[in-house]
Design a protein around this ligand. Structure first.
Ligand code: AHR
Length: 678
């Protein structure tokens, strides 16, 4: 974590000063050069060359619960603080009743209390007690969701709650006996108490039990509430009060928000990193992400403070993550803490880097080994059996495992990293262990991380960098110079950062140019993931991000479309093109997809329009007479926004092609041409 900050939302329209600044940079910089190229360049490509084998997994995604990416975001749960576990250690004004309030309806009299005497599970200690002295039209509680609950007319919602009876109305002189069932009405309501849908439930018994009901909404409201009303005298305990849309991604139970998950799937990622980011190592040893806390029945998961300043329910845990990977055809790439916590989180109530005490390392290492067994082990193994019991007897085919996240490379780190590494190597030589090289592309941690990689002959290391667009354009040759005998590289976090943190087309174009260099170096750069992936409007701690969303809509940034075009047009063989004369502002890459024999040409022009680029194809491979061309282009300062989502949008057309053809390459554009085999 090299920056933690609160930033203002991106402004769709730049101020005059910014326009002048952008123009100034564009005109002055050798990397975003507005001058026309001359003479007309010729791009020659020998289709018969054997080419260079490159990573088929290059384009992936980085998921971290930052910016409310999980709870309140991708995780489709609509109730906030469903298990009454919010604490003042997460936010000073938080407590177990945050997002909840008492409601009494038409003569109802009663109260709410937080209790912990007989918890649903030790990991989930608090629950609410509803005492109904006089039911009237109901006594109960209202949840306001994550900035409201978005309800859609005609859609169904799945409500569930764990409940137990505590006492009946005779406490207040009535005649009630415990056998008499407690009754509830569950309603979706607008802020003004207009009912959008309702269900009734009955409860009898002193043991925790799960009650559930489906509610179909009659109207749409983006700021609705969930209301649970007790309509009988007495006391009941309630916990894990949950509401999901029935339509989750691929209709998974405890599933993911369909539109967000689909936007991610549309990137065609080859792998998915999880759970971060700094979230992996946490702001203290007690805050590390412990994968075992994130599996099993949701009411048994141990939620914890999120180092980004809110609560993680872990409802979107390892099972949901691996299942999502499978659903979208991405390989899982979990990252486990390297036995140290985050060096940078002091200002968030954290401790700075600390090492797990060495006597506790065997247990820490065992957790890592158990993760591999849980993912891949046979169903008769201890952890493979738990995966099977959760509904997935088949192996999840875990291949990649990150150990550590951009840690400060100290002797404390090194000792613990090596212990984990050695144990993994011995028990699971089939796993590709990915080490870390600190938070920057150079400097002390980077050097020290690489030194460890050399000493241990690591298969792969993770490099991170957030830099200005110019940095990316000036470093297109970075990996051309890497020693192929050393560890391979995972560019685990990167993004071009403008000084105003906006997702400008300029930043996305620089990333596109950089991606051509990663494809060219796909023999050594095996994986790459833009970061972060998701950010909720009004809850964003880090900018820029790839996808922005609120409770009803989402916004694909210009950077999203670049990632998507590279993801959808990936290959496994690199074909070397030649460009004559050398054209400074044109970055080119060319890959072949062996499965389809298609050849994909990517042209990133960060200069003026090239009116005629001549393409000459050599070799006796036949190609179809037309090709699909997709172009992303725009003003360098252009930004997609929720109210203007299509400023930067891919434009597709079929174009005539042949052994020799000419195309115009627009100023500041990414052009992808897919040549089909005939
Ligand atoms: O991507 C956001 C943060 O940036 C990650 O949590 C951290 O690894 C990096 O510094």
């Amino acid at each position: 974590m090299n920056k933690i900050e609160t930033v203002k939302p991106a402004r769709p329209v730049l101020g005059l000063r910014m326009v002048i600044w952008v123009l100034g940079v564009a005109l002055a910089s050798p990397t975003f050069d507005g001058r026309a190229e001359s003479p007309a360049p010729v791009l020659t490509l020998d289709l018969a060359q054997p080419g260079k084998s490159i990573s088929p997994d290059l384009m992936g995604i980085f998921f971290e619960d930052i910016n409310y990416a999980a709870d309140g975001g991708l995780y489709a749960e609509l109730v906030q603080n469903r298990s009454f576990e919010y604490r003042a250690t997460e936010q000073l004004n938080w407590n177990p009743m945050t997002a909840w309030e008492l409601t009494t309806r038409d003569g109802g009299r009663g109260s709410l209390q937080i209790a912990d005497a007989v918890p649903l599970h030790p990991h989930n200690p608090y629950y609410v007690v509803v005492e109904t002295q006089e039911p009237g039209a109901g006594v109960g509680l209202v949840n306001s969701g994550f900035d409201g609950i978005a309800i859609q007319a005609g859609e169904s919602y799945e409500f569930s709650v764990f409940a137990r009876q505590l006492f009946t109305g005779n406490r207040w002189g009535g005649k009630g006996v415990l056998e008499r069932a407690a009754k509830f009405v569950v309603q979706l309501e607008t802020k003004d108490r207009v009912v959008l849908g309702a269900a009734t439930l009955e409860l009898s018994g002193r043991d925790w039990q799960r009650l559930a009901a489906s509610i179909t909404a009659t109207n749409t409201d983006s700021g609705a509430r969930l209301v649970v009303l007790s309509v009988t005298k007495g006391g009941v305990a309630l916990d894990e009060i949950s509401l999901f849309p029935r339509k989750t991604f691929q209709a998974r139970a405890n599933g993911l928000r369909a539109d967000l998950a689909q936007a991610i799937a549309d990137l065609k990622p080859k792998f998915m990193r999880f759970p971060g980011g700094c979230l992996v190592h946490g702001h203290g040893l007690g805050n590390m992400y412990r994968w075992k806390d994130s599996i099993g029945p949701i009411q048994q998961r141990r939620g914890q403070p999120n180092l980004w300043g809110y609560h993680q329910s872990l409802g979107l845990g390892y099972f949901e993550y691996f299942q999502f990977c499978e659903d979208i055809g991405a390989k899982p790439l979990p990252v486990v803490p390297a036995g140290v916590c985050c060096q940078n989180a002091d200002h968030q109530g954290g401790t700075g880097q600390r090492g797990v005490p060495l006597e506790e390392m065997p247990a820490h290492i065992q957790d890592v080994l158990d993760l591999v067994e849980w993912a891949n082990g046979p169903t008769n193994s201890t952890w493979g059996a738990k995966r099977a019991a959760a509904g997935h007897p088949a192996s999840f085919n875990l291949q990649y495992l990150g150990v550590g996240n951009e840690d400060h490379i100290t002797p404390v780190f090194k000792k613990r990293f090596q212990l984990i590494h050695d144990a993994l190597k011995a028990r699971h030589p089939e796993i590709t262990i990915i080490g870390t090289t600190g938070p920057f592309h150079s400097g002390e941690d980077y050097e020290a991380g690489w030194k460890i990689a050399d000493e241990l002959r690591l298969a792969m290391v993770d490099e991170h960098y957030y830099e200005k667009p110019e940095w990316f354009l000036n470093n297109l040759e970075r990996y051309d110079k890497y020693d192929r005998a050393k560890s391979q590289v995972y560019v685990g976090e990167y993004a071009a950062h403008e000084s105003n943190r906006a997702n400008t087309w300029r930043s996305a174009l620089a990333e596109a140019a950089y991606l051509t260099s990663l494809e060219r170096n796909g023999d050594i750069v095996r994986l790459a993931s833009y970061a972060p992936l998701l950010a909720k409007q009004g809850r964003t701690q880090w900018r820029p991000d790839m996808i922005y969303f609120n409770n009803t809509d989402l916004l694909r940034s210009a950077n999203y479309y670049v990632q998507q075009l590279f993801g959808q047009n990936a290959g496994d063989v690199y074909l070397t093109p030649t460009l004559a004369p050398a054209t400074t502002n044109l970055a080119v890459s060319c890959v072949r997809d062996s499965r389809t024999s298609e050849v994909i040409l990517k042209l990133v022009n960060h200069g003026a329009t090239i009116p005629a680029l001549h393409v000459r194809l050599l070799g006796d491979k036949q190609i179809a007479p037309t090709a699909m061309q997709t172009v992303l282009s725009g003003d360098l300062a252009a930004v997609n926004a929720l109210d203007k989502p299509a400023v930067i949008l891919p434009q597709t057309a079929r174009i005539p092609v042949g052994r020799s053809f000419t195309c115009e390459v627009l100023a500041n554009s990414l052009t992808v041409i897919r040549l089909e085999a005939r």
